[in-house]
Design a binder for this molecule. Structure first.
Ligand code: CAA
Ligand code: NAI
Length: 696
């Protein structure tokens, strides 16, 4: 363990360095190593003070999250031992922070007598993001430093506090300009020279908040914290910090931490934490695969998607040439981009200068000649194979040989598009989600001939433009939409059987999704699917010509929110769906005409059928290799489909329910409803073996 933490003498200062790459997590062995260092410093009469720092990228990023999921054998020294050891040390202990001090890392720093750090360092308690709370006395110390009114929002949001703000809040005592080690050693010497007291935050009092603060705060987070456990447990901790003495507050924090840790929510969120990092690892594409530099981009089409995609690039300083068919379309597209930025400026999330800088990186054009030198081109023109093919032939003729040719198609075959070019190895799918400047998910679609360097480059680019990139294979709807089709089908089927759209939406919303399938349809526009269905029916005589309820709704001119009516009705200017008796009547008449006997459908059945439909298709996708791992599917659902993060995604949810139970339910549906519920062989296999998707 010696190499996890090192101790050395710098004159009269003992220096403890935590060296546990990549982020200096407090893994087994680190606490003991730190305590050994303190002991060495304390027993050495030549040492007057001790400085604690991290090696490499930062100070300490917190507890080792792996150890929450797979606890190490009991008996090893814990973070609590370290905190006691600091507080009981007779010599000043000073934290010297660079990079980040997060979670248990910040708690470690707060138990030191003094804290200093670089001007670039950041501080925070991101535990809430993995479903737990700062459980090593952090909820009791932070309010004692900066008052509960400032501390609580930090702990509940998990936001990172920059050094300057941390200094103002009293989280740190000094910002070191210049070299950290030199400055920290000098600061330690100054503390010794000035005989400063050994400050213990535990002895201080948390300033009580204004009357009604906790109640108001709870109300203010109601929407974003809906369904989450940890934010509310943190509020209870903060209440304890003002109401109880330190020791009692810490006891309360321990209990509440235990509640969080043993919940399924923390397991879900921790799995998602690792899933969002694992998804960029591609087994047959090693990390050292060469990537191309992307210094410029071109986007084809300035419509709904092209505009959003352009914003992603310019937001990170990559200039974009955006190409359209007509000046009018170009002007319209650019106007929408400007409006989007202006709204963000209005909300105070962007300065006017930043907006101007972004807009200045966009060059509109009507000529292919202007895009020939771009490092990547993302095509976002109409969803029509003939048009896409024509566009890719043109791109093939004009783009420089090293350019990556990406398509944003949502349903078309990327291989077919690639094969019209002389360089299918340079063609890839980049499936953004609407609104593309907001949604984090990026499905990177690997064509059968896409070369590894292109995949590696686009995965890296995804991260650069602040997306969560997930590699998927070529199949109808790729991963997310292919699964969604099954889910939507069940939602619709249940409306035929007896539920109303609002019943389905409520059950799914209460389960935790951002919105139900019918409200989502209204938001996305019902006419899109309707046109596709009409086109397919016209092309294929085998498709039954019985207009569904969804088609009838469109035929009534109800396209969703954009027409103030769809499955629901909307007050002008409002996005709040209002159940519509007219639609209820339509549904009932539709069923009567077809002699469908309607019945009551309970919430649990609605949830099970919607979610298991996702799971069964997800299992087929895994088996076909269209997704690399179950956690990739969960990452897709959490980042692109409003699946509650605290459940990670449909696949981990199924693991938690138990695949035997899920399989039994699906077998039952299969008997009742036929082929659509054909159980995925992989699901059967895992269920019979008592295994989980996460065991794969
Ligand atoms: N435990 C275990 N592994 C961790 C980790 C942690 N706390 N933090 C990061 N890692 C791992 C990542 O999984 C990743 O591993 P791979 O390279 O194998 O994928 C690697 O470290 C690098 O992480 P990132 O890719 O995220 O690197 P980054 O530079 O983009 O971000 C970071 C660095 C800001 C520290 C980010 O990793 C992060 O936010 N980490 C989590 C911090 C956190 O939640 N701390 C609180 C832990 S809980 C706690 O401390 C409870 C308590 O009260 C005691
Ligand atoms: P859109 O209709 O809003 O925009 C398409 C734009 O492309 C129009 O402005 C049109 O003038 C332009 N265009 C058409 N042909 C062109 C050509 N040959 N050269 C240059 N410009 C041309 O369509 P939207 O919604 O932006 O979709 C674009 C692509 O993104 C489609 O492939 C779609 O399937 C896909 N997609 C759409 C999503 C959505 O939610 N709208 C989500 C994910 C993918």
């Amino acid at each position: 363990m010696a190499n996890l933490v090192n101790f050395e003498k710098h004159g009269s200062i003992g220096l403890i360095t935590v060296d546990n790459p990549p982020v200096n997590a407090l893994s087994v062995g680190v606490p003991q190593g730190i305590m050994d260092g303190v002991n060495a410093g304390e027993t050495d009469s030549g040492i007057a003070a001790i400085v604690l720092r991290g090696a490499g990228r930062g100070f300490i990023a917190g507890a080792d999250i792996n150890e929450f999921l797979n606890p190490p054998p009991p008996g090893s020294a814990s973070l609590f031992d370290v905190l006691n050891c600091f507080e009981n040390c007779k010599k000043p202990v000073i934290a010297a922070v660079h990079g980040n001090a997060l979670g248990g890392g910040l708690e470690t720093a707060l138990a030191c007598h003094y804290r200093c750090g670089t001007a670039e360092a950041v501080y925070g308690f991101p535990e809430v993001l993995i479903g737990i709370l700062p459980g090593a006395q952090g909820t009791q110390r932070l309010p004692r430093i900066c008052g509960v009114e400032k501390a609580l929002p930090l702990m509940v949001s998990g936001e990172f506090v920059p050094a300057k703000n941390a200094l103002a809040l009293g989280i740190i005592d000094k910002i070191i300009d210049g070299e950290l080690l030199e400055g920290a050693l000098a600061f330690a010497e100054q503390i010794v020279a000035e005989r400063r007291p050994l400050r213990k935050i535990r002895d201080e009092t948390a300033v009580a908040p204004a009357e009604g603060f906790f109640e108001d705060f709870e109300k203010s987070i109601a929407k974003r914290a809906r369904g989450y456990l940890a934010p509310y447990k943190i509020i209870e901790c903060a209440r304890a910090a003002v109401a109880l003495p330190f020791e009692k507050g810490v006891e309360r924090e321990r209990e509440l931490f235990g509640d969080c840790l043993k919940s399924d929510q923390s397991k879900g969120l921790m799995n998602l934490f690792f899933g969002e990092r694992t998804c960029t690892k591609i087994p047959d594409i090693p990390r050292d695969t060469p990537t191309q530099k992307i210094a410029s981009a071109a986007v084809l089409g300035a419509g709904t998607m092209g505009g959003g995609i352009t914003m992603n690039f310019v937001n990170v300083g990559i200039p974009v040439t955006i190409l359209e068919m007509s000046q009018e379309a170009l002007d319209r597209g650019l106007e929408i981009i400007r409006k989007n930025y202006a709204n963000t400026v209005k909300k105070g999330r962007l300065s006017q200068e930043q907006m101007d800088a972004c807009v200045s990186l966009i060059t509109p054009t009507l000529s292919y000649d202007d895009i020939a030198n771009a490092d990547i081109v993302v095509e976002a023109v109409f969803e029509d194979m003939d048009i896409k093919k024509e566009v890719f032939r043109k791109l093939d003729g004009i783009m420089k040989p090293a350019a990556i040719l990406a398509t944003n198609t949502s349903t078309l075959n990327v291989n077919e598009i690639a094969n019209v070019t002389q360089r299918p190895e340079m063609v890839i799918g980049t499936h953004f989600f609407s609104p593309a400047n907001v949604m984090k998910l990026l499905e990177v679609v690997r064509g059968e001939r896409t070369k590894k360097e292109v995949i590696a480059t686009v995965m890296q680019l995804g991260k650069t433009i602040k997306k969560v990139p997930v590699l998927v294979g070529v199949c109808d709807g790729f991963v997310g939409n292919r699964m969604l089709a099954r889910y939507s089908k069940q939602a619709y089927q249940m409306v035929l059987e007896g539920a109303l759209p609002q019943d389905v939406d409520k059950a799914v919303f209460d389960f935790g999704l951002a919105m139900g399938p019918f409200a989502m349809g209204d938001l996305a526009g019902l006419d899109v699917g309707w046109r596709i269905r009409k086109r397919r029916a016209a092309e294929n005589a085998d498709i039954e010509d019985d207009a569904g309820i969804d088609d009838q709704i469109c035929e009534m001119g109800r396209y969703g929110q954009k027409t103030n009516a769809g499955w629901y009705k909307y007050e002008p200017g409002s996005r709040v769906p209002i159940p519509d008796p007219e639609i209820e009547r339509l549904i009932i008449e539709y069923c009567e005409e077809r002699q469908i006997r309607r019945r009551q459908i309970g919430h649990q059945e609605i949830v099970d059928r919607c979610i298991y439909a996702l799971v069964n298709e997800g299992a087929k996708i895994l088996e076909e290799g269209m997704a690399l791992r179950a956690s990739d599917i969960d990452v897709i659902y959490a980042n692109g489909y409003g699946f509650p993060r605290y459940r990670a995604g449909p696949m981990l949810y199924a693991d938690m329910v138990g695949l035997d139970k899920v399989y039994d339910a699906i077998r039952g549906y299969h008997e009742q409803y036929g082929d659509i519920w054909e159980p995925a062989p992989l699901l059967r296999h895992l269920a019979e073996q008592g295994k989980k998707f996460s065991d794969l």
